[in-house]
Design a protein around this ligand. Sequence first.
Ligand SMILES: Nc1ncnc2c1ncn2[C@@H]1O[C@H](COP(=O)(O)OP(=O)(O)OP(=O)(O)O)[C@@H](O)[C@H]1O
Ligand SMILES: [Mg+2]
Length: 341
Amino acid sequence: MPETQHSPAIEVEGLVKEYEYHHKEPGLRGSLRSLLRRETLHKRAVDNISFQIQPGEVVGFLGPNGAGKTTTLKVLCALLYPTSGSVSVLGHVPSRREASYLRSIALVMGQKNMLWWDIPAMETLLLHKEMYRIPEREFRTTVDELSEMLEVGHLLRVQVRKLSLGERMKMELLAALVHAPDVLFLDEPTIGLDVVSQARVREFLKGLNAQQGTTILLTSHYMDDIEALCPRVMLIDMGRIGYDGPLASLVERTSPHKLVSAVYAEPVPRDELLNAIGSLPVQPTDDPLKVSLAVPRDQVAEVASRLLRAGRIADLSIEEPPVEEVIREVFGKAAGERGVS
Ligand SMILES: Nc1ncnc2c1ncn2[C@@H]1O[C@H](COP(=O)(O)OP(=O)(O)OP(=O)(O)O)[C@@H](O)[C@H]1O
Ligand SMILES: [Mg+2]
């Protein structure tokens, strides 16, 4: 890779983004009044955040609705000017909108279409080829590779409006990637897709990162995306970053328990079972031969061996709590501290 190898791909320092907007009262009277006396209001969507992302990292950007995720991505992609703070991506200041910068990044928004509806995706790709001045041979190779990875080769010449949601999303990804960007920003890339398409898109992104070393910053409300793709996560709430680190440590820190489950091959004598369970809280299960316990991390081995001794075991598993639950807990706590329910 170029000169970015030893410096971060993305560097954000004290970024603040405030939106300016005007309050408008409802109705004609309200419209007239706001014409005469417009009150300017400010919304601080991103409130002094700092982080660095190294080349080749895949980072998940998580937060509740309105947390400031899209705003941050838009600043990084030069769609919005920062109010203050400094941003550097691949050594460029995004807001300068240099052509060489725009050529080295891509943004895909699950909620927005970049492709033209009335023409086949191939036409848009050819437009990108001209826009980004991609040499013919490189263009063909990239399109072939990407369409094979995404399994959409046969759809390149079909009008975009005739594609299914999942097929269209894959085309959006393809179109965003024909110029082989080094950094890819994804804003909810799997929103609205069925589970199979979601999994395909995830696999594709994983492969892209592994094969091309593409740096990826992605937001998603689907924890499956985050678990599959992001060793590192940043949590943002009300414009501030509350956690930045490994997903695994977040799970450990937030939930001091692991879930230990035993499925027995035959009913276990009550006393044996009660003895194995001790005073640990039992989780509800729908299988009468299954016991599930939330066990403090330092007691996992001991409890597992007690469960093994209690009866004839068909299956024993030790799991982390679902990430979904962990995230809900983190944001639930934050909301609780603010006095929000
Ligand atoms: N153009 C705008 N003018 C005024 N306020 C805005 C504007 N765009 C966004 N906001 C506000 O800024 C805050 C952050 O919005 P943003 O879209 O970045 O959130 P988000 O984390 O992407 O949320 P979601 O998960 O719902 O997509 C919200 O409170 C939103 O209402
Ligand atoms: Mg958003």
